[in-house]
Design a binder for this molecule. Sequence first.
Ligand code: NVA
Length: 313
Amino acid sequence: MVGKNLLSVADLSGEDIRLLISNTVEMKAERRLSMLDGKILALLFEKPSLRTKVSFEVAMQQLGGHAVYLSPAEVGLGQRESVSDVAQVLSRYVDAIAARTFAQQTLEVLASYSDVPVINALSDLEHPCQALADFFTIFEKKGELEGVTLAFIGDGNNVAHSLLLVASLIGVNFRIASPPGYGVQESIMRLAQGFAMESGAELLFTEEPHSAVTQADVVYTDVWASMGQETEAERRRQLFARYQVNEELISLAKADVIFMHPLPAHHGQEVAEGILESLPSVVFDQAENRLHLQKALLAQMLGGLEIPLTGYR
Ligand code: NVA
């Protein structure tokens, strides 16, 4: 992974993901290390952020480096200045770029003109750091990933895509229930099916929330309208009404089910009021683990990490 981009989960192998999860275990135990002494990360964002911005900034600081945040208004990516010029300029100053963009294509252009690694910090197509951190959280809570079944209820969006790809690469069973026309993209589904043939992951794409959740170990949901889809929010609220994660739906899962959400959440929409604060919810662990996973990721990508593979599998 040293010097490589992370634009999609599919840039990683199952082995890379296992190593990353294992390194995150070590990283979480250590807290402060100086392995990225003097390294600088640019955070180039076209959309708002709480967790991603703060966790990347803190990650760099705890590893001895520094992050420079560039807000949407400051850069005017592709408007005030072309994406290719921004990539070339930033490459002269920083050691890596974490970018949050609307289009995946913008990330591809950034990466192709950048001399330093580019990390996808969320695009309309994927959210790799979220999904990788989430599988670390599942590993932490369940003690293993082998035989785990994750049920995603709702929009086949960026988070769903990355979760599906990680699951199919490492052999976790993945089910998704979405309204007709709102499932995962065909190209991502095919990619995942190819990975699953190798890893043995069982995949289910359905319109029925009940079939997805029955006997699942993890129930996961995300907003019905993602950033950039605000004008569709009302229509989606009606279309997705039957896909709310509530007590009744969760009761179909295994007794030790955990509930996950990448946040921000819309209480009373994709998730019933109160679920986020109730017992099986691990959403704030997910938020915390973004920090630990990204520390392991940055340390690996920027060449500072030589933690041996331990513990996991
Ligand atoms: N699907 C959501 C995820 C936010 C972390 C969005 O793109 O807005």
